[in-house]
Write a protein that binds this ligand. Structure first.
Ligand SMILES: Nc1nc2c(ncn2[C@@H]2O[C@H](COP(=O)(O)OP(=O)(O)OP(=O)(O)O)[C@@H](O)[C@H]2O)c(=O)[nH]1
Ligand SMILES: [Mg+2]
Length: 274
């Protein structure tokens, strides 16, 4: 189905087992949705264009709590399921060196959306893959929207999405979002990943240094026993070894994985409704 066909959204109950507790704390009301989809990507890659194509008029725009960073949420229905789409701030990495990066990272890490769509600029693939690889370290459930294919063609760049898909282990959808090309294919990939019909084998960086691998595993084991149910222990261990201050702080305070506080992400302030 097309985004235009995304019909009026009606309430229902969440049946996806999609980490409702965390998402509710993040200020995303999950009760009416089957799946939550996050939209991530480098700045200016066409995230908002894709967001608009998928959600049409079903969107609300406000700010992330206590920040001046815009937050947009929208909805669409697909195959009888209701999807909520959250547009994350454009970032080059998830290393929390800025407010935008921290918001995007916390949402992918602690909100654990059912699907994370990473919008990639096909004309700057190498630079964009940095964020892709970081997101694939955190989640198995990703889809790559390989956007600006028209610009890539104009610059005589040829993309082989099959090889990219094989190497990254997640669906890769070529798109020219400005013209609506690839939107149906993106929706289909989102549906397959959300329903776990697509079994992902995401690319994970392997570290050649055995001392580093030993240190990561040792720390990860300690983290798992300290923080019950922590899914991304290896990623957190790496950040600790790197000296990431915000992660060190959450570990010290014992709030890791618990989403800092309700006030940190209160519900979206609705300033505009479609
Ligand atoms: N040529 C071309 N332009 C596109 C395409 N998709 C989006 N654009 C244009 O790229 C510009 C940026 O698009 P946005 O959707 O605002 O990108 P964004 O990622 O939301 O940008 P930020 O929120 O600023 O990070 C706009 O001028 C779009 O019209 C595409 O497939 N091809
Ligand atoms: Mg945008």
């Amino acid at each position: 189905m097309t985004a235009q066909a995304a019909a009026a959204i009606q309430c229902g109950s969440c049946s996806s087992g999609c980490n409702t507790a965390h998402l509710t704390k993040l200020g995303i009301k999950t009760g009416s949705w089957d799946y939550i989809v996050a939209l991530a990507g480098n700045p200016n890659t066409g995230k908002s264009t894709i967001f608009n194509a998928l959600t049409g008029l079903h969107q609300h725009v406000g700010n992330w709590a206590g920040k001046t960073v815009t937050r947009a949420e929208g909805a669409f229905t697909l195959g009888g399921k209701k999807f909520k789409l959250v547009d994350l701030p454009g970032t080059y990495s998830l290393l929390s060196t800025s407010v935008d990066e921290e918001i995007a990272r916390d949402f992918v890490l602690f909100g654990k959306p059912d699907v994370t769509v990473v919008v990639v600029d096909a004309t700057r693939l190498e630079r964009n893959l940095n964020l892709v690889l970081q997101i694939l370290e955190i989640t198995d459930h990703a889809v790559i929207a390989l956007n600006l294919i028209d610009e890539a063609r104009r610059n005589n760049l040829t993309m082989n999405e099959r090889i990219l898909m094989r190497d990254l282990g997640v669906p890769v959808v070529p798109m020219t979002a400005r013209r609506g090309e690839g939107v149906d294919e993106l929706l289909s990939a989102i549906e397959q990943v959300a329903s776990r019909e697509f079994s992902a084998r995401p690319h994970r960086i392997k570290y050649a240094d055995s001392n580093l691998e030993t240190a990561i595993e040792k720390l990860a084991t300690q983290l798992r026993s300290e923080f019950d149910g922590l899914r991304n222990a290896r990623w957190v261990a790496l950040r600790l070894l790197e000296g990431d201050e915000s992660i060190i702080d959450t570990v010290r305070k014992g709030t890791l994985g618990a989403v800092k506080s309700t006030n940190h992400f209160p519900p979206l302030v609705q300033v505009e409704a479609g």
